[in-house]
Design a protein around this ligand. Structure first.
Ligand SMILES: [Zn+2]
Ligand SMILES: [Zn+2]
Length: 229
């Protein structure tokens, strides 16, 4: 219900915020994220505040980082990109993304993101084109949502999405690794390596979007000390 109201509210600002020629695409983006409260709050903030008074439509929402409930999102408009810190109840504009202006990024933000200097921050921030688009409902998957490999490539070993080539179950939790190694427990790195070889020999099943479950977002590695289920 809250998201519906946000969508309505944002749409009332759009005629005043962006040129007529960009209205349709601006509306389209708002509707694309119509069920995402985080992005809608961000869009509402953007269209009411319009940083530096540029009247530009938002064309893309990308994610730089997500840490301790804070989404670091980049809003790309027809002419600029803006870095924001967004939580469920606050939206803060950090500054123009990718533009090296000394002092632009508050030290506490850099520290929070894990960089100690502004130089490091700019060197480590990928260009907007390289940032992952912030997902919307129904977005076609281009990468494994857990280990991040592109469609058609092998998962990182231990990824919970990987399908077992022997039993077609979930490789992370089926018993094939114990059976193939003929052991009750996997305790050493050598065992993990041997299993990886067996797996390569059999032929691993690459990532396809339809394999992705509604996953709980964890990616524990194929650990030593794994016990037979
Ligand atoms: Zn994966
Ligand atoms: Zn299996």
């Amino acid at each position: 219900m809250k998201t519906e109201n946000l969508v309505k509210e944002i749409k009332t600002y759009l005629p005043f915020a962006v040129p007529e020629t960009d209205q349709a695409s601006a509306v389209e983006l708002v509707e694309k994220y119509g069920k995402d409260e985080i992005v809608l709050c961000l869009l509402r903030d953007y269209y009411t505040a319009l940083p530096d008074a540029f009247e530009e439509a938002v064309t893309r929402v990308s994610e730089l980082s997500f840490k301790q409930d804070v989404h670091f999102l980049v809003l790309t408009t027809t002419g600029h990109s803006w870095l924001y810190a967004v939580t469920v109840d606050s939206v803060a504009l950090i500054g123009e993304y990718g533009v090296e202006v000394p002092g632009e990024v508050p030290p506490e933000v850099m520290y929070f993101l894990g960089w100690s200097t502004l130089k490091e921050f700019h060197e480590n921030c990928p260009s907007v084109e390289k940032l992952k688009e912030y997902p919307w409902e129904g977005m076609p998957l281009t990468h494994c949502p857990v280990c991040g490999v592109p469609v058609g490539e092998e998962h990182l070993l231990g990824c919970v999405v990987e399908v077992c080539p022997w039993c077609k179950g979930q490789l992370k939790s089926c018993n094939c690794r114990f059976e193939k190694l003929d052991v009750e427990e996997i305790e050493t790195a050598e065992q993990v390596a041997t299993f990886a070889d067996l797996l390569a020999e059999k032929g691993r099943i690459p990532f396809l979007p339809e394999q992705a479950p509604a996953y709980p977002g964890t990616s524990r590695g194929l650990d030593e000390g794994d016990k037979k289920a």
